[in-house]
Design a protein around this ligand. Structure first.
Ligand code: 1HA
Length: 270
């Protein structure tokens, strides 16, 4: 498969193939742990995915066959966060979570090994997870001096239930791909050699579906958990669709033509 580079970065690869934008955390020596710069690059790539008309689906993965992502890079964990190159401590993976959640296109986690700690949270916030059979899942926060009581807890609970979510966080054990699938936090498990093919097939199927319909489903499912922020994004897309209608155009035209708008010409559906 001929992936072409969209933009080059230091910590990630960002590639394109037939409508798919693929973001690969490229720090295999640390099992694809992220540092603040990694998250800044992912945010930039996600923004490009949002803007580009020719990208329908986004895939997030890790380089190599050992890890999807092992969470925050413990080598740069300092006081108050992970220390960026300019010395500022940050927890900016939270901005990546928000960007994945808000992206109006499906985001697929292609889990090719360990999805641990903050790396586990990353797959949890993606819309779909496809895992290789060697993948291992788990949280580590309470073992290593951290926790994510945000999306990494609430969305996890919505996938696996409250009791299981508490077990995963309180015990910090690891789970196999099959166990993760049975729990409902993984959509499909395949052999490592088939991981990319399967993921691309899922992406191609989704790209045959109506993009606006997928967008509204994502918004609706998000809104249930995301409170006013989720409703705001859902409402924003309702406005987008209204702006596509004659009824909204009539309002604008009447204003510019300095006349009363004629809204009565439009149907009032029961
Ligand atoms: O909780 C948060 C946040 C919460 C709120 C807001 C923001 C947050 C941001 C981040 C996080 C977190 O991610 S906290 C959790 C941080 N991550 C971890 O605790 C995972 C640490 N890693 C492991 O548990 C294990 O390495 C492993 C289960 C993934 C793999 O174990 P294994 O197969 O025994 O390999 P291991 O030898 O441990 O690791 C391979 C290499 O990768 C080692 O380097 P080497 O000795 O070969 O030079 C290891 O040091 C490195 N490595 C693995 N994980 C990390 C790492 N280096 C830095 N940071 C890592 N996270």
């Amino acid at each position: 498969r001929n992936w072409t580079s969209i933009k080059s970065y230091t910590d990630i690869k960002f590639e394109f193939f037939e409508g798919i934008g693929k973001i690969t955390i490229n720090r295999p020596k640390v099992y694809n742990a992220f540092r603040p710069e990694t998250n800044m690059e992912m945010l930039d790539a996600l923004e490009i995915c949002r803007e580009r008309q020719d990208i329908g689906v986004v895939v997030l993965t890790g380089e190599g066959d050992k890890a999807f992502c092992s969470g925050g890079d413990q080598n740069v964990k300092g006081v108050g966060g992970y220390i960026s190159e300019n010395g500022v401590p940050r927890l900016n993976v939270l901005d990546v979570h928000k960007a994945i959640r808000a992206l109006p296109k499906p985001v697929i986690a292609m889990v090719n090994g360990y999805a641990i700690g903050g790396g586990h949270v990353l797959h949890v916030v993606c819309d779909i997870t496809i895992a290789s059979d060697n993948a291992r899942f788990g949280q580590t926060g309470p073992k290593v001096g951290s926790f994510d009581a945000g999306f990494g807890s609430s969305f996890l609970a919505s996938h696996v239930g409250q009791k299981k979510a508490r077990e995963i966080w309180f015990l910090c054990e690891q789970y196999t791909a099959d166990e993760a699938e049975k729990m409902g936090m993984v959509n499909k498990v395949v052999a490592l050699k088939d991981l990319e093919d399967t993921t691309v097939q899922w992406c191609q199927t989704m790209m045959k579906r109506s993009p606006l319909a997928l967008r509204m489903i994502k918004r609706g499912l998000n809104a249930e958990l995301d409170g006013q922020r989720g409703l705001m994004e859902f409402a924003g897309d309702a406005t987008l669709m209204y702006y596509l209608m004659e009824e909204a155009q009539e309002g604008k035209r009447a204003f510019l033509e300095k006349r009363e708008p004629n809204f009565q010409q439009f149907p009032k559906f029961p």
